[in-house]
Design a protein around this ligand. Structure first.
Ligand code: RP5
Length: 164
């Protein structure tokens, strides 16, 4: 049987899935078990509510919500669970994702959503942030987070003389 997912990724539309590919790849890289669902906060509010309860019951520890336009999905997730919620503003639409960014980041006090950058960069960082949260209670994930940081530092062009 598949392990219960530690990270539950929910997006508002199938059209959001290509932007989330980097998120899924990064989670896989950390060996984190995840699942993804398409549930719209606007179009399927009852299903979203039921899913959060059920995913919590199966052990989901971090939720990632991704949506575009008037992106209420991550905020609604944060209203439904006490577990950490990371919000990914999906780019697209007439405002290029700025609408989604503002909708996700401007949460009222007491209902936090950790908001990452617009689009695929944010999608990847949502996964890195989820890994860092899980690392607090999981030494194996903590080790992989440190290994990633070491690898990333080794690949950076620190000290390279641009004139050379
Ligand atoms: C949002 O509206 C979704 O997250 C998506 O980014 C956007 C457009 O949805 P579709 O019309 O493509 O289903 O709720």
């Amino acid at each position: 049987m598949r392990d219960s997912p530690a990270v539950a990724v929910i997006c508002g539309s199938r059209s959001d899935l290509p932007t989330l590919k980097g998120c899924f790849d990064v989670l896989d890289g950390y060996g984190i078990v995840w699942e993804a669902s398409v549930i719209s906060a606007h179009r399927q509010p009852d299903a979203l509510h039921a899913y959060v309860r059920e995913a919590e019951g199966r052990g989901a520890r971090v939720f990632i919500g991704a949506a575009g336009l008037a992106a209420h999905l991550p905020g609604v997730l944060a209203s439904l669970t006490a577990r950490p919620v990371i919000g990914v503003p999906i780019d697209g639409g007439a405002l290029g994702g700025a609408d989604a960014l503002y909708a996700i980041v401007q949460m009222p006090p007491g209902v936090p959503v950790a908001t990452v950058a617009i689009g695929s960069a944010g999608a990847k960082n949502a996964a890195h942030l989820a890994a860092r949260i899980l690392a607090l209670g999981d030494p194996a994930v903590a080790e992989r987070v440190e290994a990633f940081r070491t690898e990333q530092a080794a690949g950076a062009d620190i000290g390279v003389d641009p004139r050379a």
